[in-house]
Design a protein around this ligand. Structure first.
Ligand code: NDP
Ligand code: GDR
Length: 371
């Protein structure tokens, strides 16, 4: 019998990669998507199956983490062997604008699913994965951060996720459920949301190279993140649910990099060398050399500026994870390093922006905002 998985947040970056991964493993995959006034399934459209076709293995259900009865009904109908709770208002800066909603969806939303499993009498059948985050560490206590490092969340998002983390631990201990937290450090990809810093950078670099835009405005370029590839990280989620007993795991590369270094690497993938001058809000990035004859960028052109609107009320300065436990117990090993990640994202965004340029030249409007 094929295993059945239910993925919340299936339309997001991780939901899309996890769906592909589980389908390849022979799972029947169900996902919860939100109703929206426009189609919001671009990342999983290649997996879509017409409801009129027989022998489907991919199903979508309308739902929302803020709606208990909806979640109970879907879980009862689907009878999943595994639930991956990936749905969340996942943008740290936006959580300062929508703190109450973020608490409801990211914090209480986790409780709603756990409680649905319990009320339906499925605690022995259904294994549960919670998308916890390195944002829990927040204010630096120690590095590298491991499963034993104390938490100090620094945003409404991280505080909501702290509730999600502990309620998962509590249901595991109180009801003997197979429930785990994956404490995942930042992971990116060509389908990363356009407003997270890596994707904002790779899209902007591609647009600057192609002459579609002049420069990119960023916030705190001194922040350091441990960036991996989402394709590698969804494998760790799956592995966490295949063990003899449920445990929490850090998933990270163990390498940390400044935002400004990521900017340099992205430009470098396009054959453009840049250097930063100045400090704080006056720091700017200038072209040193453009080795790709396809792009017309002059030396000394300013291509990066700081805009304080992207500063956060409280920032997480340094994240670097210790993936030793995941490597030892799960046998997890990433295939991509940072260079490979940046290359994958740049190849994809250059292709996408060439398409946009072509469309613009034909008189069609394309997405051109960067908030
Ligand atoms: P995305 O923002 O790409 O995807 C989030 C998903 O959640 C989308 O499908 C979104 O739907 C859905 N969603 C948002 N709010 C609700 C709601 N109220 N009810 C139902 N669905 C909702 O995030 P990622 O794929 O990058 O991350 C997956 C999870 O992992 C998130 O929980 C995130 O917080 C967490 N995480 C991510 C890390 C990363 O670096 N990517 C690191 C650590 C943790 P829609 O498409 O309609 O917006
Ligand atoms: P993060 O990711 O907050 O770590 O959360 P993000 O890419 O938004 O920010 C990373 C760092 O870059 C700095 N930064 C900017 N960030 C954005 N978005 N836009 C900018 O212009 C900019 N300039 C500098 C930020 O200040 C920050 O320090 C991500 C999300 O996926 C969460 O859901 C997840 O839990 C964590 O990663 C792990």
């Amino acid at each position: 019998m094929a295993k059945v998985a239910l993925i919340t947040g299936i339309t997001g970056q991780d939901g899309a990669y996890l769906s592909e991964f589980l389908l390849k493993k022979g799972y029947i995959v169900h996902g919860i998507k939100r109703r929206s006034s426009l189609f919001n399934t671009e990342r999983i459209d290649h997996l879509y199956q017409d409801p009129h076709v027989e022998h489907r293995n991919f199903f979508l259900h309308y739902g929302d983490l803020t709606d208990s009865t909806n979640l109970i009904r879907i879980i009862q109908e689907v009878q999943p062997d595994e639930i991956y709770n990936l749905a969340a208002m996942s943008h740290v800066q936006v959580s300062f604008d929508t703190p109450e909603y973020t608490a409801n969806a990211d914090g209480v939303g986790t409780l709603r699913i756990l409680e649905a499993i319990r009320l339906l009498g499925m605690t022995k059948k259904t294994r549960f994965y919670q998308a916890s985050t390195s944002e829990l560490y927040g204010l630096v206590q120690e590095v590298p951060q491991s499963e034993k490092t104390p938490f100090y969340p620094r945003s409404p998002y991280a505080v909501a996720k702290l509730y999600g983390y502990w309620i998962t631990v509590n249901y595991r201990e109180a009801y003997d459920m197979y429930a785990c937290n994956g404490i995942l450090f930042n992971h990116e990809s060509p389908i990363r949301g356009e407003t997270f810093v890596t994707r904002k950078i790779t899209r902007a670099v591609a647009r600057i190279a192609l002459g579609l835009q002049d420069k990119v405005y960023l916030g705190n370029m001194s922040a350091k993140r441990d960036w991996g590839h989402a394709k590698d990280y969804v494998k760790a989620m799956y592995l966490m649910l295949q063990q003899d007993k449920p445990e929490d795991f850090v998933v990270a590369t163990g390498v940390t990099t400044e935002v400004r270094e990521f900017v340099k690497l992205a430009f470098s993938e396009a054959g453009i060398e840049i250097e930063f001058k100045g400090e704080g809000v006056d720091e700017k990035g200038y072209v040193v050399a453009c080795k790709n004859p396809e792009y017309q960028l002059k030396k000394d052109k300013c291509v990066v500026e700081v805009d304080p609107r992207y500063f956060r009320p409280t920032e997480v300065d340094l994240l670097i994870g210790d993936p030793a436990k995941a490597q030892e117990k799960l046998g997890w090993k990433p295939e991509y390093d940072l260079q490979g990640l940046v290359k994958d994202m740049m190849v994809s965004d250059l292709k996408l922006m060439k398409r946009d340029k072509y469309l613009n030249e034909g008189g069609y409007q394309t997405l051109n905002y960067f908030e």
